[in-house]
Design a protein around this ligand. Sequence first.
Ligand code: FAS
Ligand code: PHB
Length: 398
Amino acid sequence: MEVLTTKVAIIGSGPAGLLLGQLLYKAGIEHIIIEQRSADYVSARIRAGILEQVSVDLLTQAGVDQHLNQQGLPHSGIEILTQGIKHRIDLTALTQGKQVVVYGQTELTKDLMQARTQAELSSFYEAQDVQVHGFYDMPFVTFEHHGIQYRVNCDFIAGCDGYHGVCRASVPKENIKTFEKVYPFGWLGILADVPPVAEELIYVQSDRGFALCSMRSKTRSRYYLQVPLTDKVEDWSDQRFWDELSKRLDDESRQHLVTGPSIEKSIAPLRSFVTEPMRFGKMFLAGDAAHIVPPTGAKGLNLAASDIAYLSSALIEFYTEASAQGIEQYSEKCLQRVWKAERFSWWMTHLLHRFENESEFDLKIKQAELAYVLGSVAGQTTLAENYVGLAYEGKAML
Ligand code: FAS
Ligand code: PHB
């Protein structure tokens, strides 16, 4: 058994784990990342695409914004298509100058991994049988790597291991409460090297179901269709995808739609999920390990970033100012922002998707709600300020 010692053991090398590692490194705080998958697998995952301004600011603070500044696409508005008509939400005008940046999570992960390699920081990829122990008093992590058993003694464990990770699962049931809503449909996503159908994202509410027209660059597009949970990705040829997307679009967008072979196609289930609290003694949960949102509000990756803003700030404060205030407040501060993002993501999903058991009355009310939001400055403002990202509560990294 190889025994290692560090200050913070980070479980998971997704955006949350990598960003925490980068911020701790910048503050000179020793840590290790332990990841079950290979580095190639992690860096190839295709997921989110929208960064809130506060997330961009945090990445700048972490010193990994060079590629983002060159390749990221600032967007000052989004379109909502309903009943054949597109309504632009002027995000920047409605939020006193804020915007979002279109930048793929895949690129962000590569930027963080590259920074980590350049700094020659300690990461264990393809770690097997990762287990967390003693997190209420003397934390340590065990795992196997290339046939060698390891034990990592640490001051703190950061559970950045996603929804299916080991950290949350290791908390005694009596110490944790979870809240969950599973949606009766999924998102079929396609990535294709074709120019986007429009300059800005189009969120589509149609009788045939939700669709989303997004992008990764001016030559690479990302599209989603709401599909029944019973669908399998092999049920969907590229042609069937393009035909269905086209049916959900308005005439103008349909004419501009450029189709082509998919380079990735997958179906993601949709759920709302929150863990309370997010700290268990000397173990913290951050990102998808603690919460999941339906991607309709583009909040998943951004919530991981805000958790890490609080957690990195708390750990830096602990080691540089010998203060445990940030640590004590971590869970409460994160959950205030998490629940507001959960609400917004639930609201956008409810408003824009078709639900099987909706009555005609339900549909009329939903249409009236959407008409009010799109037709009122107050309604548009509430959508805009949530979409660009609410301010961080209290002291965070920024
Ligand atoms: P992640 O899940 O990204 O990373 C967790 C890491 O921990 C993984 O690398 C995993 O291999 C590792 N791990 C798990 N168990 C482990 C163990 N026992 N030991 C060691 N390592 C372990 N968000 C959006 O905003 N927009 C989107 O369009 C969008 N699409 C998505 C599509 C899919 C299919 C999924 C699953 C999520 C999507 N999300 C989207 C949300 C996504 O972007 C997450 O919010 C983001 O990846 C969160 O990052 P992490 O918290 O780091 O979790
Ligand atoms: C994406 O580009 O992957 C994306 C954009 C906005 C969303 C969800 C996903 O709300």
